[in-house]
Design a protein around this ligand. Structure first.
Ligand SMILES: [Zn+2]
Length: 401
């Protein structure tokens, strides 16, 4: 048993009611991105900062103004003065509730049902936020001198790309050292047996095919944008899957994925040949490849088309970050804490989604994504388990001892 852990673990257990209360008070304070019509994280940040200060922790705020003129808050707090720094990163923003009729109860009033806490943002990323905060509290109140310094980063804007959150925060030069370690509780599985060490790059393409609209009885007079679109997408699909076919066993699925997804409505009538056709592709690309090459290859196919002009637009783009070494210190620490506390040996994996871990990784720092969760993010009736929230806080505190 790691020295001092008994005391820290007991403290975390004694906080469990407080942790539920923090969740209950946080969830009604909405924090949807102003870029998708929400109110932003400011009020929620003020509340959480107040909780940290009530424990005697000192906090610093880094606010960045987004395209709507709204200040996006990021909270930093550190405890201890050990050699390395372990950063615990949780994001305060949430997505909107979606179709309200699919929720059994108010998404913004925490509903507690046994061990389950229902509400928008309970799992993504409320659980991460609360378990990180209380890990710090336990370390401070235990009075134990931990081996590592622990930093808490409660960040903004994760759901829409982190431009005013983690990405920007990484540029605060005094804050992070080359050897700092990052733990991001924002993805995981139901028993905490997977540690994510790599993420695919993300590319959303908007493909606009410009033909010429005519009556369907005289197609020869126009250019059917829908047909051109079908042919183009099929050619691109075959090309991408054959050219970018490398497998990387770390990832699930092990290959890059290229999917046609959204297709915009074109004409209203069956007897009209559409002059414009707009579709979208979702591409998740292994770190072995460069997104620049993918875009170039798709545009090359578009350039060869003579009947219609095809525009290929990068709609959303997140270049893949380097994979964190499976033997990096942060992975080892997390692994040994999980094994000591739960008696399991976690697997190291890569995923298709993106988290805040990408930003330190792009700066050459080590980051691991881990939490115990039920995979209900962004769904109606999203929930988190009280037991997971408490148990994860123990793992985070254990890492520092
Ligand atoms: Zn999240």
């Amino acid at each position: 048993m790691t020295k001092g852990f008994d005391r820290v673990s007991g403290l975390v257990d004694s906080y469990s009611q407080d942790m539920v209360r923090t969740m209950k008070e946080m969830i009604p304070i909405r924090a949807v991105s102003p870029m998708s019509g929400g109110e932003g994280e400011m009020e929620r940040a003020r509340y959480l900062e107040g909780v940290l200060k009530s424990w005697g922790l000192s906090t610093h705020r880094y606010d960045y103004t987004d395209g709507t003129g709204t200040a996006r808050p990021n909270i930093i707090s550190t405890v201890g003065d050990g050699q390395g720094v372990i950063w615990l990163v949780g994001h305060m923003d949430t997505v909107a509730e979606g179709d309200r009729s699919l929720w059994k109860t108010d998404p913004f009033a925490l509903r507690l049902e046994g061990d389950l806490m229902y509400g928008r943002g309970t799992s993504d990323d409320g659980q991460g936020v609360v378990s990180c905060m209380y890990a710090l509290r336990a370390l401070v109140e235990s009075g134990i001198t931990a081996r590592y310094k622990v930093g808490l980063a409660l960040v903004a804007d994760e759901e829409l790309g982190s431009r005013f959150g983690m990405q920007k925060l990484m540029e605060e030069r005094k804050l992070f050292g080359k050897r700092d370690m990052f733990v991001v509780p924002d993805s995981g599985n139901s028993d905490g047996s997977v540690i994510e060490i790599g993420e695919k790059g993300l590319l959303w393409l908007k493909i606009t095919v410009n033909g010429r609209q005519v009556h369907a009885s005289t197609p020869g007079l126009g250019v059917n944008a829908f047909r051109e679109s079908i042919e183009f997408l099929h050619e691109v699909d075959v090309m991408l899957h054959s050219k970018y076919s490398k497998k990387n066993a770390l990832f699930r699925p092990s290959m890059s994925t290229f999917e046609m997804t959204k297709h915009e409505k074109n004409v209203d009538s069956t007897n009209i040949v559409p002059g414009t056709d707009i579709s979208y592709m979702d591409c998740r690309v292994l770190p072995d490849y460069r997104l620049d090459d993918v875009v170039k290859d798709v545009r090359e196919v578009a350039g060869r088309k003579t009947r219609a002009r095809i525009d290929v637009e990068e709609y959303v783009r997140d270049d893949p970050a380097p994979v964190t070494d499976a033997n990096a210190e942060v992975v080892k620490l997390l692994e040994s804490s999980i094994t000591e506390l739960r008696g399991i040996k976690p697997k190291k994996i890569g995923i298709g989604g993106g988290t805040c871990a990408a930003f330190p990784r792009k700066k050459g720092m080590q980051a691991a994504v881990w939490m115990t969760e039920q995979d209900v993010a962004h769904q109606p009736n999203e929930y988190a388990r009280v037991g997971d929230m408490v148990a994860d806080a123990k793992v985070f505190a254990h890492m520092a001892l």
